[in-house]
Ligand binder design. Structure first.
Ligand code: NAD
Ligand code: UGA
Length: 463
């Protein structure tokens, strides 16, 4: 079976870039990305591709090449479902904020809505692909909805989780470590798997395309994120011990990373991991383990989150303690607000929690981030509901450049590892600050010797 038309429901951080790359690499396939969010679709269709709603290095060029040729962004969800032989579900699956499983389980309401819409619209057989990250056995629920509310057509459900990381989405998509496709072992299931394998085979070698049963595929995605986050919490746990013992966490990470069984990646101690997925997916894993009565398994993975929360809090406490136990009315400059460099995504960014702690201490936060607007920062703080929105406005200000943000500050905190921060004239920043001038490097990106020679009191994670 050859796929000629693909629909993707959800034009977010995954749906947008993933479909742009499929469209670029498969010019014979018409790819339509649909979303309920009209503004988002309008932005994806902005004539100037520099204004597309997601910033990822290399993405605007790919959109410029494929959009209007075989890549389309639309709010006409029914039409796109009707046309396509293969439908990707790429909608958000946030942590539930209500009811059973509140604060832990994945909220599957958007997934269910998609399934019901596909069932209602589909007049021919369809392959439905789970691209969103889902609890193991979700395909069962999707299948049940499709079969029980549909028009008597056949549906095959595949699981095809996405492993891209933000900031490197395009290179990850163009050159993935692996593509994972889970499907039924029936002849119809295998036909569907092969149809999706053929799409990816346009640019990914077959030895990197892994096929499994649906449940293994769904669970592998949660497992991969849990293992990655666990490495960060492990090295962050060591960073605290390093601070007490005179060891240096960067040296420890290097030493252990050279063991080929451990490997060097994901061992950077930091102010704590952020992003929309690590916390959400681990909480989901913990919830699933608990529902099967596997309390030790649940506790084991929950510790990764507990450690991460501790690391964020430890960073804000250190700022307060070092600034003579009071930051009230002191200006603290934040360099970075995004959860990592090269993205405009701020979901669960450590910066939000550190700012919240410091505002509780009545500090004035002055932020510069090359890709994040003041509105987004204030929305992030308001979402925590710690205090009235008007108060957040009083305590947080954003600046167009780092030099302005740092002027008159008592301390500078590095929250995101943007490359440009390492290229600044730090002497100029020092001269414009209150003395003693402190730097709290939450990403360990600055050169301690250089900063100390200028006169800064320099603090980094894990030494
Ligand atoms: P997102 O919030 O950026 O995008 C989701 C989009 O789906 C939104 O634009 C929303 O309007 C749209 N949507 C929701 N319900 C809809 C409906 N019924 N019809 C049409 N559109 C609808 O989310 P995201 O970051 O792209 O994540 C999507 C999924 O992919 C999640 O399950 C996430 O865990 C997973 N994932 C994300 C990443 C990442 O880096 N962000 C990486 C791998 C996997
Ligand atoms: C992560 C995974 O890396 C992707 O494989 C996965 O597809 C994605 O989650 C998802 O499912 O959403 P992402 O969150 O975009 O990708 O970015 P990462 O590079 O994993 O970084 C996550 C957080 O960990 C960032 O805040 C980053 O600064 C932090 N981090 C990362 C560290 O503190 N130390 C490290 O060594 C690595």
């Amino acid at each position: 079976m050859k796929i000629t038309k693909i629909c993707c429901i959800g034009a977010g951080y995954v749906g947008g870039p993933t479909m742009a790359v499929i469209a670029q690499k498969c010019p014979d396939i018409k790819v339509t990305v649909v979303d309920l969010n009209e503004q988002r679709i309008k932005d994806w269709n902005d004539p100037n591709t520099d204004n597309i709603p997601i910033y990822e290095p290399g993405l605007s060029e790919i959109v410029a090449e494929a959009r209007g040729r075989n890549l389309f962004f639309s709010t006409e969800v029914d039409k796109a479902i009707d046309e396509a032989e293969m439908i990707f579900i790429s909608v958000n699956t946030p942590t539930k904020t209500y009811g059973k499983g509140k604060g832990m389980a994945a909220d599957l309401k958007y997934i269910e809505l998609c399934a019901r819409q596909i069932a209602r619209v589909a007049k021919q057989n369809k392959i439905v692909v789970e691209k969103s990250t889902l609890p193991v056995r979700t395909a069962e629920a999707i299948k049940s909805i499709l079969d029980n509310t549909g028009n008597g057509v056949q549906f095959q459900i595949l699981s095809n989780p996405e492993f891209l990381a933000e900031g490197t989405a395009v290179t990850d998509l163009l050159n993935p470590d692996r593509i994972l496709i889970g499907g039924d072992t029936t002849p119809e299931g295998e036909t569907a798997i092969n149809a999706l394998v053929d799409v990816y085979a346009n640019w990914v070698t077959k030895d990197r395309i892994l096929t499994t049963n649906v449940w293994s595929s769904e669970l592998s995605k949660l497992t991969a994120n849990a293992f990655l986050a666990q490495r960060i919490s492990s090295i962050n746990a060591m960073s605290e011990l390093c601070e007490k013992t005179g060891a240096d966490v960067s040296e420890v990470a290097r030493a252990i990373g050279m063991d080929s069984r451990i490997g060097p990646k994901f061992l950077k101690a930091s102010v704590g991991f952020g992003g929309s997925c690590f916390q959400k997916d681990i909480l989901n894993l913990v919830y699933i383990a608990k529902t099967y009565g596997l309390n030790e398994v649940a506790d084991y993975w929950e510790q990764v989150i507990i450690m991460n929360d501790h690391q964020k809090r430890r960073f804000s406490n250190k700022i307060v303690q070092t600034l003579y136990n009071t930051v009230a009315d002191k200006k603290i400059a934040f360099l970075g607000w995004a959860f990592k460099k090269d993205t405009n995504d701020t979901r669960e960014s450590a910066a939000i929690y550190v700012a919240d702690d410091l505002i509780n201490e009545q500090a004035k936060i002055a932020v510069y981030d090359p890709k994040v607007s003041k509105n987004k920062m204030l929305n992030d703080l308001d979402y925590l509901e710690t205090r009235p929105s008007a108060d957040n406005k009083d305590y947080l200000n954003a600046f167009d450049n780092a030099y302005e943000a740092c002027k008159g500050a008592h301390a500078v905190a590095i929250l995101t590892e943007w490359d440009e921060f390492t290229t600044y004239d730090w002497k100029k920043i020092y001269d414009s600050m209150h003395k003693p001038a402190f730097v709290f490097d939450g990403r360990n990106i600055l050169n301690p010797k250089e900063l100390e020679a200028i006169g800064f009191v320099y603090n980094r994670i894990g030494s």
